[in-house]
Ligand binder design. Sequence first.
Ligand code: TMP
Ligand code: ZN
Length: 412
Amino acid sequence: MSAPPAFRVVERCRVCAGGSLEPILDLGATPLANAFVRPGTATEDRYALELIRCATCGLVQLSIVVDPEVMFRSYAYSSSASPPLLEHFDALAEDLVGRFAPAGSFVAEIGSNDGVLLRPLVARGVRALGVEPAGEQAAIANAAGLETVNTFFSSGVAGELESARGRARAVVATNVLAHVDDLRDVMIGLDRLLDRDGVFVAEVPYLVDLLDHVEYDTVYHEHLSYFAVGPLRRLFADAGFELFEVRRLPIHGGSIRVHAGRKGARPVGAEVEAMVEAEERAGLHDASAYRRFAERVFRSREALRELLDRLKAKGHGLAGYGATAKGNTLLNYCRIGPELIEFIADTTPQKQGLLTPGTRIPVVAEARFLEQQPDYTLLLAWNYADAIVRRRADYVARGGRFIHPIPLAKVI
Ligand code: TMP
Ligand code: ZN
C-alpha cells in the first residue's frame, strides 16, 4: 500500500497571481483519469475535481494540483495510438518547416510523448529534440531514434539544453501548457532556449469549445488550466513575448494553436485581438456564463443516464469505445459502471486487461467488441467519432449503434 499522493490547493492564479478565485463547477471526488487499475487492486485514491475561475485575469483552472510525478512519470497515454493524430502532427511539421524552422535547424519539443511530432520533423531534416517526463514514452521515442530527454521541462532544463545545443528556431508544446503548474517558469525557460526571432508554437484545448459543446469530460486532474486567448496573451506578455497568430483547430473537441515570439519581433495578426474581443462578447468574463455551463453539464448527465437506463431496461447490450481519460471523468461523474456498460474496447495494448479507475469497467481489445457485437456503444473517444465510426463500419453494418454522449446524449 502506498501513501496517497500529495496535492496542493490552488490559492493564487498561475497566470496573474490574483487571489480571487471563484468556483464554477464541482465534478466530485474522482480518481486520476489515466490511472487504469489492475483487477484485484484496492480502491483508488480520489481527489476533488473542481473548476474555479480567476476573477482578475479570467483563467479557468482546477482547484487543486496533484503531484505531477504521480500523474506524468508513468503515463500510459500514447499519442501515436490514435491515427488521426499522426496526420495532425505531420501537417504541423510541414507548416513549421515551411515557415519557421527549415531543414537543418534546431527545434525543441516540450512533452514530446512517443515522438509523434519528432518523427515527421526529423523526416524533414530538422534537428528535433524532445523533452518528455513519461519514462515509457521517452524510451519508445529514443528506441525509434527520436532523441528525447526523459525529464520535466523547466527553466533549468532549458538552460542546460541551450548550453549544449544552442538556441532553438522553434519550441513546440502541444497539449502541454494545460498540464503545467508553474507556467511562469516555462516562460523563463522559453526565454533561455528560443532564438531572438524564434517561434513558440503551442496547442491547447479551447475554453470556448469546452463551454459551447459542454465538454465537461475534458476536465480531469492532468488539465490544470483551461485557456482562452485573453489569459494566454497576458501570460506571454508578462514574460516579454507576444502572441502573433492564433488559429482554431477541430482537434480534441476544439483547440487553438497559438504562435508567440519576442515582443515586437513579428507583425501581430488581427485575429488575436478579434478573438479576445469575441471572448468578452461571449461572456467569458461574466459569472452568469459559467452558471449556465454548470446547468448544461447537469442536464447532460441526466440525458445520458436516462438514455442508457432506458436501453438497458429494454434488454440491449451496452459497451463503450475508447478507454480515454475524458471517459473516466464522464463515467465517474455520471456514475456509470459495469452494471450498465459491460466493457470498453480500446486499441491500446497497455490498457487492455485493466479496469477503468473508479468505475471498474473492463478494457478489452477490439476483437472482443466485434465478437460480442453490443447493441449500443458509448463513444468515450467522441473527439475521434468520425474516425471510429469509419473504422468500425463493420459493427454498424451489422446493426450496432454508437451513442455520442455530449452535449446531450444522442444515438448516431
Ligand atoms: P484521447 O481521446 O485521449 O486521444 O484517447 C484516445 C483513446 O482512444 C486511446 O486510448 C486510443 C483509443 N482509440 C481507439 O481505441 N481506436 C481508435 O480508432 C481511436 C482513434 C482511438
Ligand atoms: Zn488570474
